[in-house]
Design a protein around this ligand. Structure first.
Ligand code: GLN
Ligand code: ZN
Length: 764
């Protein structure tokens, strides 16, 4: 066994606690910084992060968790699987960033969500007979540097099954990339061989999160075969196959039959892992127990964690247990150290990355050596942890009686509106819009001027009344432009919003914001998720003022614009002291009040965006029902207050509805706008085949590109839509909000869209 190794973290974030990596990368991309500059910052960050771990008393330190862009892309490089289309780029740095971001002559590789997190990885492109060429120079360099720092390195790599499952085939074969198993294992075997030469004994953490997903069962034979083969390569490698985000019970049954050294399991999101502990125990393998939450930001309840560990230790002998985080700390911010404005009480309930290292280390001491072994400082930490957890259980900041009262009577609100046919007839009557009604998704360009006004207001440079006047100016101009273009259903433009979730979060009770709680989303991009710490309520209307003003400027219908409860939930750090569903219902009540206020003020078309509805889907089909039920009920709570002649819209920006179409239908929105521009009509067919009866606005052009689509092109696109669905069911709009575009692109694009609709209508 890895003598005297008792703790490690699955991985550490890399963007830098002051987003140093982001900053240096972006200036390098702008041509203002040399690559040496990037290298220097990277090296400093690595050293700092290793030192943090070492300083906290963590036994083995993750290396190769650092990346200039993404770890999966790094694996592509390490295995030498660079797609052919980038092979003309000789400079390796240039090539790496071209794969990640594209350049003038190369389209970037695809990017997609890393399991059910908000992190996005680069999708490997594989083909049969691709060949490989192992290059471990980056790992060698880090290994040496870590050793010089006097720590025990643990090499992190993404496992072959996860790599394959997350890849796509580009050789035209209509098959899953997993069919390339044989080729990939040959490459990994070579990789393992080279890694084994790093040292007399090398700790290798092979990450296989795919083994917690729905695919685990199907992959189980390959799981065994992979690790049988890979362990043959060398006996100086200590291979730990680490899983996270859910239970890995199927895979464990296979892994125990292979010569790997240990198995990593998530005990925060995978309680079911208890069921296979017996097998791990019998197999003599080590257990890496993920007990500190790597995905959420609440302090651990150390006492409860110890109880859990004691239950584990009844099955697996203590000396074979390594304590760890539930997953990489990549998914939480760095440190509370920079939080000066956060309420002190709320802060005492939080642990970011650095604080989690201390928790892990304290747990380790308590679990392996007992409470008597604690130093005075550790004893204080332990006492504080108990106090903080107790205060969190009881605090008035969290528990709001009024919200509780409403929640006690929530059942009748979890209901669909009645009779779509009747509703839509009333809505047609009321609004009188024609088939192929033109509209947009909500936001209009966020120019430097718009951002500047918001910033000035936030910093106190301009007064509230100045701010309001300026915002009104933007709205007025936006409404005028839409009228001039001839759009039929208008929006106010969302100029007052920095972000569709933050805007609402800031106005809700029970939600806090950090100053520096950045989490990497992809590449150099970070997000700062709101922190839902307590019962949620809406002290006053959030959008009514702006929407009413916008409506007063026009006779055309003005869409009210709200973010849906499920999206607010999925893009926030959510409290873990009550079921997610409860939190979601509370948010839904707040949105419901807003819907009602809007309709009372005569805003009778209201869009409730659920951009992240799909993101929240669990990794396993068996957990879906729970999610779908509360997600649907939340949407119904939020929108069910609408009168029959109030038209509810929703928007979702992705193009894969195949397996959730029943749920989408059940949401019962009168109109849904979706992203189809990049996926052709395949998506629409799903709706057609399903017999979807409500109205749909399939995006007719891609707003992610600055290109202005021509009238002819848009006309063809609309005609293609009409082959699938009747005009009466269709709306015409871009495929997402226009906030990232410039007016110079937006105006001609929308003008062409309206013209295309005119031409199509004339031919109907
Ligand atoms: N209404 C939002 C906008 O137009 C929707 C954004 C989104 O779907 N992500 O920006
Ligand atoms: Zn969108």
């Amino acid at each position: 066994m890895s003598e005297n190794l008792r703790s490690w973290v699955t991985g550490f974030p890399r963007i830098g606690e002051r987003r140093e990596l982001k900053k240096v990368l972006e200036s390098y991309w702008r041509g203002e910084e040399s690559f040496e500059g990037v290298k220097k910052v990277s090296d400093e960050l690595k050293t700092r992060h290793w030192s943090y771990q070492k300083g906290a008393g963590i036994d083995a330190i993750s290396i190769n968790d650092f990346s200039l862009y993404d770890q999966t892309l790094d694996m592509v490089e390490t295995l030498g699987l660079v797609p052919d289309r980038f092979k003309d780029i000789e400079d390796s740095v240039e090539r790496y960033f071209a794969m990640a971001r594209g350049d003038a002559n190369h389209t970037a590789m695809e990017m997609t969500k890393w399991f059910n997190t908000n992190y996005h990885y680069i999708v490997p492109e594989l083909k049969s007979g691709m060949g490989f060429k192992i290059d471990i120079s980056k790992i060698v360099e880090e290994y040496k540097a870590a050793k010089e720092l006097g720590v025990t390195p643990k090499v992190n790599i993404i496992g072959p099954l996860t790599f394959l499952a997350n890849a796509r085939r580009v050789d035209g074969a209509d098959e899953d990339a997993v069919t390339l198993f044989g080729e990939i294992i040959t490459a990994y075997a070579e990789l393992f061989k080279e890694l084994s030469a790093l040292d007399e004994r090398v700790i290798l953490q092979v990450e296989e999160p795919v083994l917690v997903t729905q695919r685990a069962a199907e992959l189980s034979l390959l799981t065994k075969e992979a690790y049988m083969k890979l362990c043959e390569v060398s006996n100086t490698l200590e291979v730990f196959v680490v899983t996270y985000f859910d239970h890995a019970t199927e895979a464990v049954k296979q892994l125990v039959q292979t010569p790997i050294k240990g198995i990593g399991l998530d005990f925060v999101y995978g309680e079911k892992n208890f069921e296979v502990l017996d097998e791990i125990s019998k197999s003599g393998k080590a257990l890496v127990a993920g007990v500190v939450d790597g995905r959420n930001i609440w302090i651990s309840d150390i006492e409860k964690r110890l109880e859990l560990l004691d239950r584990v230790a009844k099955i697996v002998p203590k000396e074979r247990i390594v304590l760890s985080t539930s997953c990489s700390l990549l998914h939480v911010p760095y440190t509370l150290g920079y939080e000066k404005k956060l309420d002190e009480k709320i802060k005492s309930w939080l642990a970011f990355g650095v604080e989690k290292l201390d928790e892990l280390s304290l747990l380790c001491k308590l679990f392996f050596e007992g409470a008597d072994s604690l130093s005075a400082k550790e004893a204080l930490l332990y006492a504080k942890n108990r106090e903080d957890n107790a205060s969190r259980r009881e605090s008035k900041l969290i528990h709001d009686e009024n919200v509780q009262k409403r929640m006690a009577n929530i059942e009748p609100l979890k209901r669909k509106r009645v009779d779509f046919k009747k509703r839509i007839a009333e809505q047609h009557e009321k609004f009188g819009y024609e088939p192929l009604c033109t509209t947009t998704i909500g936001s209009f360009p966020q120019t430097p001027e718009v951002r500047g006004v918001r910033r000035d207001y936030k910093m106190g440079v301009i007064s509230e009344s100045e701010y309001v006047e300026k915002m009104k100016g933007f709205i007025k101009e936006c409404v005028k432009i839409q009228e001039d273009i001839g759009l039929e259903v208008l929006v106010h433009g969302e100029f007052e919003r920095n972000d569709m979730v933050e805007y609402f979060g800031e106005q809700l009770n029970g939600v806090a914001f950090s100053e520096n709680g950045w989490v990497q989303s992809y590449g150099s991009r970070c997000v700062k998720p709101p922190i839902i710490y307590g019962d949620v309520s809406r002290p006053e209307p959030m959008t009514l003022f702006w929407s009413s003003y916008a409506q007063s400027l026009t006779k055309k219908p003005m869409k009210g614009m709200l973010t849906g409860p499920v999206t607010i939930l999925n893009w926030s750090f959510v409290r873990d002291d009550q079921p997610k569903s409860e939190t979601c219902f509370q948010i839904a009540l707040a949105i419901r009040d807003e819907v009602d206020d809007l309709q009372r003020a005569g805003i009778k078309m209201i869009q409730v965006d659920e951009a992240a509805f799909k993101e929240g889907y669990p990794l396993r089909v068996s957990d879906r029902a729970y999610y779908e039920k509360f997600a649907l009920e939340s949407f119904w709570i939020a929108t069910g207050v609408a009168e029959d002649d109030t038209q509810i819209h929703t928007h979702m920006c992705y193009s894969d509805f195949n397996d959730i179409i029943d749920t989408i239908e059940a949401m019962d929105a009168d109109v849904i706008s979706i992203e189809t521009a990049r996926s052709g009509n395949t998506l629409l067919r799903v709706f057609k085949e399903h017999g979807y009866k409500k109205e749909i606005g399939p995006g007719v052009y891609d707003i992610h590109s600055p290109r202005v689509p021509s009238v002819e092109e848009l006309q063809r696109q609309i005609e293609a839509l009409l082959e699938v669905l009747p005009a009466r069911q269709l709306w015409i709009n871009p495929d997402c909000g226009l906030k990232t575009r410039r007016w110079e692109e937006v105006v001609p694009s929308l003008t062409n869209m309206v013209e295309a609709v005119k031409r199509v209508r004339a031919s109907l």
